[in-house]
Each structure stands twice: as structure tokens, then as C-alpha cells.
Design a protein around this ligand. Structure first.
Ligand SMILES: [Zn+2]
Length: 443
């Protein structure tokens, strides 16, 4: 559907006019150096043929296709679209009290705006790790809104007084009286005990979740759970992971401390979000079980004024988490943990706009190649863990290879020599393609 809309519409973005595209016409990129998302060496002087929404051929030999539109890359780098592993598009307003104080349609409208900006920064997929993003995903798929692919988690699932419990002090419990916000809007479910947890997971799946997000320990933005708290019993975790597995997918947990991380993994959880306060003990368990760790860097390096809106207790938790960052990055390297690339930068337009700075932050710890691999092929593997729920099962994401989805950037310069050029996306990313459709082209 989107392809038809793009064939009839001209999109305008930052004075760049994207011309109507006949999507039945193959596109041949010539004269490009390919970073394939996996290997450190670029494929020099290559040609890449896109047919429909997939990559048909990658070769250093001349390629030909009947009726192909030829785009001369002029020696630019051709790389996979960037993938965001951790954000919350629907938390698109100031995050101190997002669901209680705003009209839900305002939130959705703001989220649609942020979705378009995401794509136009070169980020072609967002793993939305909590919040009611299913409607936005559908609107993008239907071509009514411009944005990235979305892997939607639906409502986060947490226990009473846990990190999914965003009630103010005097707000009653949603399961004890008739009080529905924010639970009615599907930002969060409160579930205690295995039966309630199973039900919450199944309800999230019913609402369109492709992976499940569970809160396994204290978090910064909620008010009643210090970071040391462990949330959910082994039985509750098993209820969640079994209900998810029955639908062919996996559970990711929000967790900072070792006990939360280890207990979650021992009971079937496959992905750890944050993990900032982890020690060697958790690193060993992650390594042994081939767990994906999805940390965020830049959000913990925000200037003090950017977190001024947080309550005093949340601010304290923010600085506690920040303290753990260096140690976590050291452990990732020491144990060679499979590490995703996600930002967790949501709320204000300024926060969303700072998502590219995740590259800058990670380059303090990793080589440009390591960071780029996280943001492309490793994230692609993470998305594929949705198994039977995978909304994009035709090919891999995050790689440039035959059969992969045609999510492609043309970048001036070589990001393997420094990812700063991806932070300067307006000037350095000259072409953005998602699903075979060109959204930006300054060539
Ligand atoms: Zn988050």
C-alpha cells in the first residue's frame, strides 16, 4: 500500500523533494562501497540491485537489469538503514506524567511526527519496547503516515509497585477499583501472580505485540521502585516466557541489577534491556545463555538540565544508573556480549532529536565498526527473534545481502572511520530507502 502511495505522492522533507517512484522499476546502485552490516571491510566499487522491496544482487561485477533506474553512488558508502533497538514512540510528550496529563490523540499525533523524523534521520526500523504503538505501525504500513518499520511490544507488563506502575501516590489500583488510566490506553499493564501475568502477555499479543516487554526490576522514571528492587518471581517469569513462546516469540525485560537479570534469564527471558548495574556474575550468565543485551548510552549522559523534570527520587536513580555505565561497557567488551543498539531517548522533541548521539556515546567505548554492527546486523538478529510473530519475515534486516529487505542508506564518506557522519545525517546521508522506496534523495 505504501508503495502505491509513494508512487503517486511527492514527499517534501527539509526542502528535499523525493520524486514519485515507479516501484515496479528495479533500482541499480552503481559506484558504491558497501558496508554490509557484518564485515569490517567494505566491498569496494560495488553495484547493488534492488528489485521490488528486496536486494536482488550485490556484486563488484557490472550488473544489468532491464528497465532499471540507475543511481550513481559517486563513491559513497552504501549501508543498511539504522535500526533502533529500544525506544517508545508513544511516549512522545514530556515524560514526567505522559499518560495522565495529555489528550491521547495529541500523544498519537506527536508520535507520528517523531516517526517521520526517525526515518528521515536514516533509521529505518524501530523496536518499540513499550507503549501502544500498534496503531502507528498500522498507519505507517497503510501509507497514511511516513515512518520506520515498527516492532511493537504493546503495553509493558509490570507488577504492583514496579517499574510499570506509573500511578501517582493517591491513584487507586486498576484491578481493585474502576480506575483505568494509563492502563486503559495500553501503555502499561499491572499484573501480579502467574495467572495475571499470563493473561497480560496474552492480551498484549492480542493487541498486536510481536515481542513482550516485562519489568523485572527498579527503573528510573517510576516513583515507588528503587533500582535495587527485584520484580517478579521465577513462577511469574515462567508464566510470561511460556505464554510468549506459545505464540512463537520471546520476552525482553527491563532490568538493572544482577538478581533481576539472572532470575529472568533462568526462567526463559532472552533479552535484557538496560542492565546498567550488572556485575561479572550477570555477565557470565548472559554469555553462557547467549543473551542479547540492549543497553543505552547517550540517555545516561544527558546534561543535568535535561533530567531536571524528574522527581527527586527519579533523579537520584538516574545518577545511580549513570555511575554503572563505564563498568557495564567494560563488561560487554570483556565478555564479548551480544550487544544491541538502542537509545531509550523519548519524551521531548529534543530527546528524540538526540538519538543519533548514541553513536557518539558508544564510540567512547567501541570502534566505529563495532558500533555500526550493533546498529545494523546485531539489531537485525534481535528483530528476527520475534520468530513466528516477525512482521517482516521475507528476508533479514540490518544487512546488505541478496534477499535482504531493501532498507538502504547512501552516506557521504566512510562511517567505518567514524560514525560522527551519521550524527550529521542531514548533510551526510544523501539517500534513504525503506522497503525499496526512496524517501530522501539529494543526488
Ligand atoms: Zn525504555
Amino acid at each position: 500500500m505504501l508503495r502505491q502511495v509513494c508512487a503517486t505522492l511527492c514527499l517534501v522533507w527539509a526542502s528535499v523533494v523525493v520524486h514519485a517512484q515507479d516501484t515496479t522499476m528495479p533500482i541499480l546502485f552503481t559506484n558504491v562501497h558497501v558496508f554490509d552490516g557484518v564485515n569490517e571491510e567494505r566491498i569496494e566499487n560495488a553495484n547493488v540491485l534492488v528489485v521490488g522491496n528486496l536486494i536482488a544482487q550485490v556484486s563488484t561485477e557490472p550488473l544489468a537489469a532491464a528497465n532499471a533506474r540507475i543511481i550513481d553512488g559517486g563513491g559513497r558508502t552504501l549501508m543498511p538503514g539504522i535500526i533502533e533497538a529500544h525506544n517508545h514512540l508513544m511516549l512522545s510528550v514530556d515524560s514526567s506524567s505522559w499518560f495522565n496529563t495529555h489528550d491521547v490523540f495529541y500523544i498519537a499525533s506527536a508520535a507520528a511526527g517523531e516517526a517521520e523524523k526517525y526515518l528521515m534521520r536514516g533509521w529505518t526500523t524501530v523496536r518499540d519496547i513499550g507503549g501502544p504503538a500498534e496503531g502507528l505501525r498500522r498507519a505507517i504500513e497503510d501509507g497514511r503516515v511516513i515512518g520506520p518499520r515498527i516492532y511493537n511490544s504493546g503495553p509493558v507488563i509490570g507488577q504492583t509497585s514496579g517499574h510499570g506502575d506509573f500511578r501517582n501516590y493517591n491513584d487507586p489500583h486498576p484491578n481493585m477499583v474502576e480506575y483505568k488510566q494509563p492502563f486503559y490506553q495500553h501503555f502499561s499493564f499491572i499484573a501480579d501472580g502467574p495467572a495475571e501475568v499470563s493473561r497480560a502477555v496474552r492480551e498484549s499479543l492480542r493487541l498486536g505485540a510481536v515481542q513482550i516487554k516485562v519489568m523485572a526490576g527498579g527503573g528510573v522514571s517510576s516513583i515507588t521502585d528503587p533500582l535495587y528492587t527485584v520484580q517478579y518471581s521465577p513462577e511469574e517469569f515462567r508464566a510470561a516466557t511460556e505464554a510468549a513462546a506459545d505464540y512463537g516469540t520471546y520476552v525482553a525485560v527491563h532490568a538493572y541489577n544482577d538478581t533481576s537479570i539472572i532470575r529472568a534469564i533462568e526462567n526463559g527471558v532472552k533479552v535484557i534491556e538496560h542492565g546498567t548495574l550488572m556485575t561479572e556474575d550477570a555477565a557470565k550468565v548472559m554469555r553462557k545463555n547467549d543473551i542479547v543485551l540492549s543497553p543505552s548510552c547517550q540517555v545516561l549522559q544527558l546534561p543535568e538540565e535535561a533530567v531536571a523534570f524528574l522527581s527527586p527520587s527519579s533523579r537520584e536513580k538516574f545518577f545511580e544508573a549513570k555511575e554503572g555505565l563505564d563498568n557495564q561497557m567494560r563488561l560487554i567488551k570483556e565478555y564479548d556480549l551480544k550487544t544491541a543498539f538502542g537509545t531509550d531517548l523519548f519524551g521531548t522533541p529534543e530527546n528524540f532529536a538526540s538519538t543519533p548521539k548514541e553513536f557518539t556515546c558508544r564510540e567512547q567505548y567501541f570502534s566505529p565498526f563495532e558500533v555500526l554492527r550493533q546498529a545494523t546486523s546485531v539489531n537485525g538478529e534481535l528483530l528476527a527473534m520475534t520468530g513466528k510473530r516477525n512482521p517482516y519475515p521475507e528476508g533479514p534486516l540490518g544487512v546488505i545481502e541478496e534477499g535482504a529487505y531493501a532498507d538502504i542508506l547512501l552516506v557521504e564518506g566512510n562511517p567505518l572511520e567514524g560514525t560522527a557522519i551519521l550524527v550529521d545525517y542531514e548533510n551526510s546521508i544523501d539517500l534513504i530507502m525503506k522497503d525499496g522506496v526512496i524517501y530522501k534523495n539529494t543526488l
